[in-house]
Design a protein around this ligand. Structure first.
Ligand code: ATP
Length: 491
């Protein structure tokens, strides 16, 4: 962008000078010479200067104990790393040396940490690069960068008198995507081919044993040649942390923070279902920042509660809707919350009408347990909770609003899941072969049934709905416990 603006300005300046009668030929000549040299340096020289390794970033190695959870990934990785650590044993058994390990999993789950720990465990030098750093529009640059990375690993290990090197390539799907799938595929293919050549050429008896660790959250995009035995021999799945793992990660990140006695790790871990390690780190950090802003000497439960909202939904917005709109938002959110409590008592953690990110209010639910399978009852309950907002608006205000559009989209998606899993009145069907009109009718029916159920639930509790919404309008936030107290008072 800057280059285009500079070129445009230079041309404009030349035009003005020429128009005023100045001889611009020498300037044009100098400019041409400069451009030639720049281009030359761009195609050849950049690769010379390219350094995918940022020493500061990579020199901080960590050990496996500093990574919370991920027991399966650690176990598999450690087993593979012993091949690098004890080469004599491997040679004695005639085992082919390991050249590559692929860490596959969602963002922020600790793949980079695992690679760094792998380097520390094997006493190797560590070099890191990202797949996108290899991709240039100039043909041959990517391949040259791959070659340089491997050369650099070897020379660094020799200089530091180490016998092995770990090369970590993050976002490897950018560099190792299926060949022929990119628009400028020649350059991409050359780069990937070079990586394959380097990995195949890693000799087992070299002075420096090199192990490539790739990380991706889209292993489905990788070229089959990369996953062939002898290249990325091991695929280690790095999953989102479960309840016990979240406790471990929180403990690690809270170890250097003054945490108040009223904070219970167990409830924090329960409230953070679906969080990655990076989310949890950010949560502990945000909570400490909030405590410091408040001048508190300890990080307290309410700092964590606020930080969870911030990590999930984003920073609070200054924008304040009109009071009339806020009342509608309060009714809508309490509608969701009451239905949630009626179907799954104890499921609401908090209801708020604070604008954050793109939303005007929301209900945070607590996950009772980490579940990876859902029954029909569960999915129908989800649809009912989603419909609770619009139905509550209709009951108290007589009309619905656009605020429910997101809920409806999610309800349709959930109903589609019911059909796809063979749990609808159609029994087991192939979604691909199902005519759109039939799918639409069944989805409509599933949602209408839940809407009817929710309408009768909320109609019986209209007074409670009004009372909690009024409290929410006044206080901006009502905790799950406070909501349950309102409920028990009414019974
Ligand atoms: P990406 O795929 O986005 O590159 P990643 O899987 O490589 O992410 P990391 O960079 O390893 O994730 O993790 C980011 C940060 O999240 C770490 O610096 C650390 O603070 C925290 N983190 C992630 N997972 C864990 C974990 N298992 N234990 C402790 N901290 C973790």
């Amino acid at each position: 962008m800057i280059r285009e603006v500079a070129a445009g300005s230079a041309l404009a300046l030349l035009a003005v000078l020429a128009w005023q009668g100045v001889n611009v030929m020498p300037l044009l000549f100098m400019g041409g010479l400069f451009l030639f040299l720049y281009h030359f340096a761009g195609t050849r020289g950049t690769s010379k200067n390219f350094s995918p390794v940022q020493p500061g970033k990579n020199s901080v190695l960590i050990c496996f104990e500093q990574i919370g959870g991920q027991q399966t990934a650690k176990k598999e990785l450690l087993e593979a790393l012993d091949f690098v650590r004890f080469p004599e044993r491997v040679a004695r058994m005639g085992i082919r040396p390991l050249r590559g390990i692929l860490l596959a999993g969602p963002p922020g789950t600790g793949k980079t940490l695992l690679a760094k720990a792998a380097a520390a465990y094997t006493e190797s030098v560590f070099l890191a690069a990202s797949g996108s750093e290899f991709i240039e529009i100039y043909a041959g640059v990517g391949a040259q960068r791959v070659r340089q990375l491997f050369d650099r690993a070897r020379s660094l290990a020799l200089r530091e008198k180490k016998q092995s090197a770990v090369i970590f390539i993050d976002e490897i799907e950018i560099l190792g995507g299926k060949r022929g799938s990119h628009a400028s595929h020649h350059e991409y293919d050359q780069t990937l081919n070079q990586l394959l050549v380097e990995m195949d050429g890693l000799p087992s008896d070299a002075r420096v044993r090199t192990l490539v660790i790739g990380a991706t959250n889209r292993s489905d995009l990788l070229d089959a040649a990369l996953l062939r035995p002898g290249r990325f021999d091991r695929i280690v799945q790095v999953a989102l942390p479960d309840l016990a793992d979240r406790m471990e990660i929180l403990t690690l990140h809270l170890s250097n923070k003054p945490v108040a006695e009223d904070v219970t790790l167990d409830s924090l871990a329960r409230e953070t279902f679906g969080f990655s390690g990076a989310h949890l780190e950010s949560l502990t950090n945000e909570a400490a920042i909030l405590a410091m802003r408040e001048g508190s000497d300890k990080v307290r439960q309410h700092h964590f509660t606020e930080a969870i909202d911030k990590v999930i939904m984003g920073e609070k917005l200054e924008r304040k809707p009109a009071r009339e709109d806020l009342w509608r938002v309060a009714v809508h959110e309490v509608g969701h919350a009451l239905v949630s409590e009626m179907i799954r008592p104890g499921s609401v953690a908090a209801v708020t009408i604070t604008s954050r990110g793109g939303v005007l209010g929301y209900v945070r639910q607590t996950a009772e347990k980490d579940s990876y399978l859902h029954t029909l009852d569960y999915l129908e309950a989800q649809i009912a909770i989603l419909m609770g907002g619009a139905v509550a608006e209709e009951l108290l205000l007589g009309t619905r609003s656009t605020g429910a559009a997101g809920d409806f989209a999610q309800a349709v998606e959930t109903a589609r899941k019911i059909v796809a899993s063979g749990m609808s009145s159609l029994s087991v069907v192939s979604l691909e072969n199902l005519p759109g009109s039939i799918l639409h009718r069944v989805i409509r029916q599933i949602i209408a049934d839940q809407e009817k159920r929710v309408r009768s639930m909320l109609a019986e509790r209209e007074a409670l709905l009004r009372e909690v919404a009024a409290c929410l309008l006044e206080k901006e936030k009502v905790s799950g416990d406070a909501l349950r107290r309102f409920e028990s008072k009414k019974q």
